[in-house]
Design a protein around this ligand. Structure first.
Ligand code: HMG
Ligand code: MG
Length: 315
């Protein structure tokens, strides 16, 4: 049987968060040179949006304290964007000095989480993001805004989709190009994804400015991607090697693995520009650097070749 033609009108963006979310929660401090190599491998795999690091307090996230050194050394590859996390004007000044051209600000649906994460209520964090986003707009940077705990909070429990949407809309009003809803502790299920998209679009956030960031704590991330695709969302975050988590969100485990996402998208014939074999090289490098086995599904099983019925790219 002939394979179905690619869905040429439906391109999916894979937004890689391994170097930032993946490394921020690791006990080990990784050398800057190893981070650089990880990013180089991600670029070689075809990833074009790579969240590279954070300009947060080095006391809060010592794992990314080398952001000022790392960012200027990243490969200047054609069409590649390296957003960096910026929590305040101090972080913005550092990001500017390091040569950033894209950023992500971050808040959440719940005060309890933002207070633990950045010592601010949601409202105060939005006030802190406002001048950062204004400055980034003046500089012509691409701007993303995260709404963490959009599916549930480790401190206060269930979150209404309307609440997550309300915070997302506020970020949009502050000038972000894209609102990314985060399932910080990986509790969401597909029905919630559909409900959140519905609430977000009804609130006034255009569908093409919504992205999702799923942690795979309970194995629901890929199902949630499928629900997001069905609902019309075309940007998903993932981490090569499946690392990730937030030190201020107890129970947060790894992000959806980029290799698992790429397998799903390839087999479903979505166009995305990322090469599975290349992602597996990066994922294996990340695991080896962290001294851990590569525990992701496709990392272990490899891909699968429909022409031969055999696995491919298995280590
Ligand atoms: P604070 O202690 O309340 O801030 O931290 P402060 O203004 O009182 O400053 C305290 C010290 O930090 C001062 O230094 C400042 O200069 C310094 P000292 O006088 O003590 O020597 N400082 C900074 N240094 C460097 N860069 C900066 C900076 N800001 C202050 N930008 C702050 C407030 C927001 C800074 C802190 O809480 C922080 O950095 N938090 C970051 C937490 C974080 O990165 N969490 C993980 C990312 S969010 C996430 O993972 C979720 C996501 O993946 C989506 C999802 O999964 O849902 C995005
Ligand atoms: Mg995260």
């Amino acid at each position: 049987m002939e394979p179905a033609p690619p869905r040429l009108t439906d391109t999916v963006r894979i937004y890689e968060v391994g170097p930032r979310d993946g490394l921020q929660n690791e006990a080990a401090l990784i050398a800057t040179d190893a981070k650089l190599r990880y990013v180089e491998l991600l670029v070689a795999a075809g990833l074009r949006e790579i969240e590279a690091t954070s300009f947060v307090s080095p006391k809060a996230i010592p794992q990314l304290a080398d952001a000022d050194d790392l960012l200027p050394r990243l490969p200047d590859a054609e069409g590649v964007r390296y957003p960096v996390l910026v929590p305040n004007e101090r972080g913005m000044a550092r990001a500017e000095a390091a040569g950033a051209r894209a950023l992500a600000v971050f808040t959440a649906a719940t005060d309890a989480f933002t207070e633990r994460n950045i010592g601010m209520t949601v409202k105060v964090s939005l006030d802190a993001a406002a001048p950062v986003l204004r400055r980034a707009a003046d500089l012509g940077w691409w701007r993303r805004g995260y709404v963490s705990t959009a599916f549930g909070c480790p401190y206060t429990g269930a979150v209404e989709p309307a609440r997550a949407a309300e915070v997302g809309l506020r970020l949009l009003e502050l000038g972000v190009d894209e609102v990314c809803f985060g399932d910080t502790i990986g509790v969401g299920v597909p029905g919630q994804v559909a409900a959140l998209v519905d609430a977000a679009v009804r609130s006034g956030i255009p569908i093409d400015r919504i992205a999702f960031h799923f942690h795979d704590t309970r194995g629901t991330a890929l199902a949630n991607v499928a629900a997001g695709l069905d609902a019309g969302v075309r940007c998903f975050d993932a981490s090569a090697g499946g690392t990730g988590g937030c030190p201020y969100a107890p129970g947060a485990a790894g992000n959806l693995a980029t290799e698992d996402l790429v397998y799903l998208l390839d087999a479903s014939r979505w166009v995305h520009g990322v090469d599975l074999e290349g992602v597996l090289v990066a994922a294996r490098f990340a695991a080896a650097t962290l001294g851990k086995p590569l525990a992701t599904k496709v990392g272990q099983a490899g891909g699968w070749d429909p022409a031969t019925g055999r696995e491919k790219f298995r280590a």
